[in-house]
Write a protein that binds this ligand. Structure first.
Ligand SMILES: Nc1ncnc2c1ncn2[C@@H]1O[C@H](COP(=O)(O)OP(=O)(O)OP(=O)(O)O)[C@@H](O)[C@H]1O
Length: 290
């Protein structure tokens, strides 16, 4: 398998925050999702991959290129939608298309306008007058229409309604379908990510908690529920993000620890959203202790 992106021991020190030795790969033909709570370091990681921030140490290989100069020269191969991607307020789609046609060698104007039609974005409306969702859709269409190998998207689903999010998922699946394109995206909408991300990088406070196949992460944990009288010392110690109610408790546990538990507890699969909430609760508890 050829990797379009390889990140090795990537570190960034900001004084109050450090991103610690991230290591992950994105093969051709796959989608990699980056998840983590606010301030985990997702945008910082994407910015370093895009040469918009300088790593303190570590290596980034984009389509086989390690040197910053070659990566910059090969910019056509990457399509980007960042939180703050904007076009000048007064520009309409036609002006955006004319401009990007001069910037990108592989610009495909027909594809751009087809995508706008599919997304129901009015090409006669000035960029500043489009709704937030329509601006995101236009940014996406612009990123895809220059036919990059790799799409990097920071929170692309923010501001999109459920129908548009569904269109986005279909679009991204179509983008990677030939096996030679890949997508790296960060998102808080983890249910969407669970549907489309083949791999996940999970960051908390700059630490990489997990990198691997999405299903592997979900299979590794389970939600355990029971009455307060069943809350043993083992559960309190090994459980992640314990929640107690008047009537009982729920906690996240690694499946490999389940054999040590009483048999009459309720064991349920965990969703990506729940997983993040339980882990988030553990981090908050650790911080309160520190
Ligand atoms: N240019 C900078 N200078 C100093 N600190 C920075 C800079 N950019 C980011 N940080 C810090 O890095 C940390 C991680 O921020 P980052 O935006 O990468 O997180 P995130 O996971 O994308 O969060 P969110 O989900 O809220 O967008 C934060 O504590 C932030 O203050």
């Amino acid at each position: 398998m050829t990797n379009l992106l390889e990140v090795t021991d990537l570190t960034k020190e900001y004084g109050h925050f450090s991103l610690d030795k991230l290591t992950f790969q994105l093969p051709e033909g796959f989608i990699l999702g980056m998840i983590g709570p606010n301030g985990a370091g997702k945008t910082t990681t994407l910015r370093m991959i895009l040469d918009m921030a300088t790593p303190t140490s570590g290596q980034i290989k984009l389509d086989g290129q390690t040197s910053r100069q070659t990566r910059l020269a090969d910019r056509d191969q990457v399509g980007i939608v960042l939180d703050n991607t904007v076009f000048p307020d007064g520009w309409k789609a036609d002006k955006i298309a004319r401009t990007l046609a001069m910037v990108y060698q592989n610009w495909d104007g027909d594809r751009f306008f087809d995508l706008l039609k599919e997304f129901d974005v009015d090409r006669q409306v000035k960029y500043k007058s489009l709704s937030r969702g329509s601006q995101v859709k236009l940014n996406l269409a612009a990123a895809i229409a220059h036919q990059p190998k790799l799409l990097i998207l920071d929170e692309p689903a923010a501001g999109l309604d459920p129908i548009a999010r569904d269109q986005l998922i279909t679009l991204l699946q179509g983008f990677i379908a030939d096996g030679h394109h890949s997508v790296l995206l960060s998102s808080h909408i983890t249910d969407d990510l669970a549907k489309i991300a083949d791999y996940l990088v999970y960051l908390i406070h700059g630490q990489q908690l997990f990198f691997g196949e999405t299903q592997t992460l979900l299979d590794r944990y389970a939600v355990v529920k029971g009455g307060l009288d069943q809350l043993t010392g083992v559960i309190k110690q090994a459980g992640i993000g314990l929640r107690t109610y008047e009537t009982g408790f729920s906690v996240l546990m690694a499946r490999k620890q389940l054999s040590a538990l009483p048999r009459d507890l309720v064991i349920e699969p965990v969703s990506l959203d729940e997983l993040m909430v339980y882990f988030g609760k553990r981090v908050a508890k650790d911080e309160a202790r520190a």
